[in-house]
Every structure is written in structure tokens, then in C-alpha cells.
Ligand binder design. Structure first.
Ligand code: NAD
Length: 377
């Protein structure tokens, strides 16, 4: 029999919309034995939270996340607020015995994330961090192919995530959306915001990173703070370029910036192995580029795989071969795997503990950016 799972959402911004869409649609497509119900949403602004609840079909609202956590009729707390709030909310939710899901990064730093891991593990509550790119079917296929040994020994893992929306010095720090430029709210700049996605995919696909060195830069040193109206020193990294060594002997290069004019969300990755190469581009997210060196020389070349067939990850649950899906589906897949984990008792990854590793890597990048040294992990 299908069980009801009551969701308590914190926040009504970009990610709250993505997650609400996922919770609302997942049981129409995935038979996990659970039916999520949009029970309540908590946020401070009364008219905005009411509007959000109406638009998405939440049954009720709260003005404080603490009241949401206190409610007996909420099973899972879903944290979709700036990074500085993740720890406090997650720890309180775990103590109250709720399942806890949070947006990435787990926390601003690994030190802040560790008590979150301790809290969910002590309480024994299911937990997950929404590193959604793992569940873009093309990326999941890449993971499968690497795991099956299709590339043989891996030599290189290369990823970048480029944007261009903070080039103007008039963009403020702090406030809705631009909290990402305030180091106190975000913890770091592009490293925790963008590179964290690349790092999560990388360690999932290619295993752990054993050492790294980074260059980081803050191009605009002062910005007006939305809270004070005054110019304040900018504490985030605007760009990061990172060299890594993986435990499997592969070399990694990672780059992230919000100063790459013309790029909006250019997340790409490429892996080179002895038997072949694989590449993926978020802007063409349903395709995997595959070079198979075992193919007869005359016919050898890059193959374009449109990842829409029923035997591709997740796709059997959607439309018919050839019909593409989008960014939002990666969140539906995350919700589906979380629910499947509840059913089977085999938790979906990344759990808080898994995601702590990405925070450790981000910390190492920021530290190396300052010191110029290699960091052993
Ligand atoms: N997985 C992804 O692709 C992805 C993309 C964007 C953001 N994120 C992550 O999602 C999280 C939220 O980012 P966003 O883009 O949705 O931000 P946003 O600015 O769009 O929304 C933030 C929300 O938090 C609310 N909020 C702030 N303080 C609050 C409080 N004290 N109590 C309740 N609500 C509060 C705001 O009102 C707003 O609704 C961040 O951790 C971010 O890193 C992930």
C-alpha cells in the first residue's frame, strides 16, 4: 500500500520551486511506495509564502521554520534556504525525529557540516543532500559506463562551471538571490556554489581526491551590502581554478567563475581513459559524447548518444525514445531515489556524510587559494 509522506518545505525561492515540482510529480512517474504530500511551507514574508502555498498547492503555511519542525504532521523537512541556515535547521529537524533533506552545499564549511552529520546519524533519520546533477540521466549513464570499466584506466577528469552574472560591480552582496555574494551567508563564492556540483559528480564517478592546489580570485573587492546599504569588503571567491590528484591516479582540472562573459550555466565534464573518452555538457544535457577506441580505425570517432531510451537511467519512466527531458527532472529523480531508499532501507546518496566530503574539498580549495600550497586530503 502507498504511504503518505508529508513534506515541510523551508523557503520559497528558486530551489523550493524545483523541489516542490519534484515532490508534486514524483509519484505520478515513479512507483516507490510513497506519495509525497505538500503539507506546509515556512518562510518569513506572509504574503509571499501565502502566494507560494497557493501556487504550488501546499495545504498550510508557517512563518518560522521552528514551528514547521514542531508539527506532528510533518515527516520530512526540506531545506531550500541560503547556506548559513542549513546547519541550524537540519540539526533541529533531526533532533525532532524528522527526515532531513537539504540543498547543497551541506554547509558553509566542513566544520559546520560535521555536527549535521552527527545529528542525523544520532537520530537515525533518513537524510540527503540534493546534488541533483548526479541524476541527470546522461551523467548517471557516464557513471555506469565508468563503473563497468568501459574507459579502462582513467587518466584525466576535467570539469568546469561558468556563469557571467556578477561582472558588474553594481551587483550587491546579501539579500534575495545575491546572498551568494555574501561570504557570511554563502560560506564561499563559486567554490561552494558551482564547483561543489562538479566535485560531487567527480568523486561519485571517479572516486576520491587525494590532493589539490587552487588559484582563487575576487575580481570585485567591494560591493554594497543589501542589508546595510554600505560598501563592504567582498569575502567570496569570484573564480577558482583547481588541479587535483585522484586516488585512482587520474589528474583532475576544475574551473569555476561568474566572470565568463556569455556563459550562463556552462557545466561541462570530460573523462579520458585508456579505452575511450566521455563528455557531457549541461546545455545539451540529454547527450553523452562517447569515443570508443576499440572501434575499427576507419569508423572510429566521437559518438553522439541521445540519452532518451527506455534502457537509459530513469528514462523508462518518462516518455518514448527520442523525447528529451530537462533540468527539473534531475530533482524528480532525486526525490524518487530518496523515496526508493526509504522503501528498501538502502539510503539514496549523497547522504549528509557523503556530502561532507565535498565540503572538505571546498575548504581545501579556499585554503589553497590563500596559501598557494598543495593540500593533502
Ligand atoms: N542544486 C542546484 O542546482 C541549486 C541551484 C540553486 C541553489 N541551490 C542551493 O539551494 C539553496 C537555496 O538557494 P535558492 O537559489 O533557492 O535561493 P533563493 O534566494 O532563490 O531562495 C532562498 C529562500 O530562502 C528564504 N529564506 C531566507 N532566510 C530564511 C529564513 N530565516 N527562514 C525561512 N526562509 C528563509 C528566502 O525567503 C527564499 O525563499 C542554497 O543552499 C543554494 O546553494 C542549489
Amino acid at each position: 500500500m502507498t504511504k503518505q509522506l508529508n513534506i515541510g518545505m523551508v523557503g520559497y525561492g528558486f530551489m523550493a520551486r524545483c523541489h516542490s515540482h519534484a515532490w508534486a510529480s514524483v509519484s505520478h512517474f515513479f512507483d516507490t511506495g510513497y506519495h509525497p504530500v505538500l503539507k506546509a511551507v515556512a518562510a518569513r514574508n506572509d504574503s509571499k509564502v501565502r502566494r507560494f502555498a497557493e501556487q504550488w498547492g501546499y495545504e498550510s503555511i508557517e512563518h518560522d521554520w521552528r514551528s514547521l519542525i514542531e508539527r506532528k504532521d510533518i515527516d520530512a523537512i526540506d531545506i531550500c534556504v541560503p547556506n548559513d541556515l542549513h546547519a541550524e535547521i537540519a540539526i533541529a529537524a533531526a533532533k525532532a525525529g524528522k527526515m532531513v533533506l537539504t540543498e547543497k552545499p551541506l554547509a558553509r564549511t566542513a566544520a559546520e557540516g560535521q555536527p549535521m552529520v552527527d545529528a542525523v546519524e544520532k537520530a537515525g533519520v533518513p537524510n540527503l543532500v540534493w546534488y541533483n546533477y548526479r541524476r541527470v540521466p546522461a551523467v548517471t549513464l557516464i557513471k555506469q559506463l565508468v563503473e563497468e570499466g568501459k574507459l579502462g584506466r582513467i587518466f584525466h577528469y576535467r570539469a568546469k562551471f561558468l556563469q557571467d552574472w556578477t561582472i558588474s560591480p553594481d551587483v550587491p552582496q546579501g539579500g534575495p538571490g545575491t546572498w551568494r555574494l555574501d561570504v557570511n551567508a554563502a560560506g564561499s563564492g563559486v567554490t561552494g556554489d558551482l564547483l561543489a556540483h562538479c566535485l560531487d559528480s567527480a568523486i561519485w564517478i571517479n572516486g576520491g581526491i587525494s590532493s589539490l592546489t587552487a588559484m582563487t580570485e575576487t575580481f570585485v573587492k567591494e560591493r554594497t551590502h543589501a542589508d546595510t546599504g554600505k560598501k563592504q569588503t567582498v569575502g567570496i571567491d569570484d573564480a577558482a581554478a583547481v588541479l587535483t590528484r585522484f586516488s585512482n591516479g587520474a589528474l583532475g582540472t576544475f574551473e569555476s567563475t561568474r566572470y565568463a562573459r556569455g556563459h550562463k550555466a556552462a557545466y561541462t565534464l570530460e573523462i579520458n581513459g585508456e579505452k575511450g573518452s566521455l563528455a557531457w555538457d549541461l546545455h545539451d544535457m540529454n547527450r553523452v559524447q562517447w569515443f570508443d577506441h576499440s572501434t575499427e580505425g576507419r569508423l572510429r570517432g566521437w559518438t553522439n548518444i541521445l540519452v532518451t531510451d527506455g534502457d537509459h537511467p530513469y528514462l523508462g519512466k518518462w516518455w518514448v525514445p527520442g523525447l528529451i527531458i530537462g533540468f527539473e527532472h534531475s530533482f524528480t529523480h532525486t526525490a524518487a531515489d530518496f523515496l526508493e531508499g526509504l522503501k528498501t532501507g538502502k539510503p539514496a546518496a549523497p547522504t549528509f556524510r557523503d556530502a561532507l566530503e565535498t565540503n572538505r574539498l571546498c575548504d581545501a580549495i579556499i585554503a589553497s587559494g590563500k596559501s598557494g600550497s598543495w593540500v593533502n586530503l
